[in-house]
Write a protein that binds this ligand. Sequence first.
Ligand code: NAD
Length: 340
Amino acid sequence: MPQSIPLISQSSNSAAFRGYRRLGSTDLQVSVIGFGASPLGDVFGIANPEEGMRTVHLAIDEGINFFDVSPYYGLTLAEERLGKALEGRRREIVLSTKCGRYGAEEFDFSAQRVRHSIEQSLRRLRTDFIDLFNVHDVEFGNLEQIIGETIPTMRRLQEEGKTRYIGISGYPIGVLMRIAKAVPVDTIMSYCHYNLLVDDIGQALIPFAKARGIGVINASPLHMGMLTEQGAPEWHPAPSQVHYAARQAAEFCKSHGANLSDVALRFCVEYSRVATTLVGMSTTQQLYQNLGTLRGSIEPEILQQVRAILAPVHNTLWPSGSQENYCIDGNSELLQRNSE
Ligand code: NAD
């Protein structure tokens, strides 16, 4: 079977970009592939800082304009590295960072910390404003505090010109929607809810966001590294049967001259109901491979086979956040079934 998606050689500098989409009701136009900067913070293994910087520069040259980071990624390392790379290039991009999560178990959604957090992020990112400031992993917070204190503080920061827009991010869709129903937000960043393994984002979140003009950002098209040849990092929270199915899918692709990450990313960029798909990258090889998915198409037979291999674990979720929060999530029933 012919290779469906050609690899783009590293010497190619032709514009791979097919497009930009408006981010909800904002005036931001974001590239259909966004740059997830968590790998720059060594979240997926040790990254080479010079290579990471080169990757950021080439991504901008190639038309990627949406960059997402957080103080949590590498405990500020990703922000430091991205900030360094963005020197002289800041105005060419839409920059997103977060507040509220600062460690695996460290959260602070208070007004005071939000204010301190943005000042620290601005310093590390070497800029005087953020384009999109997000509450990071809302399901770990007290929702009343996020609704009544965190988000109103972020709106004040917006009025003060520290950020252009504000959003929320997290895993359980029901929790994200609960917050966005109670208090207006400009964007919702959802991860591992629209890709080859889990694709339930369209059931409730997309129609809800569309009705309210909220921009949706789809993060983790590779299911946090699982839908790749090298497989998931050790800390990945998915149940073992999901890891196993993804390995089988990767082997199938390899034996048919294709690459699972290409199939997975292409599947996501074709989904136009989200503004952008955020993929984590730290090497130029990954960047060019990912840009290549904008040019090719997936052999329908390959996609069909991959989906068949992954079907037994389709829409398998894991619990995330405090017990009280995932109990209110619309997916709690599904979660329960998956853990039985
Ligand atoms: P992802 O699905 O994008 O996978 C990233 C992993 O895949 C990394 O190990 C990366 O090196 C690897 N990779 C990338 N391209 C590859 C290729 N062509 N071939 C092989 N491997 C490749 O997961 P992610 O990084 O978690 O998600 C993307 C971004 O979304 C993050 O960096 C972050 O900015 C954002 N995000 C936000 C939240 C949140 O706010 N709660 C959660 C998850 C992700």
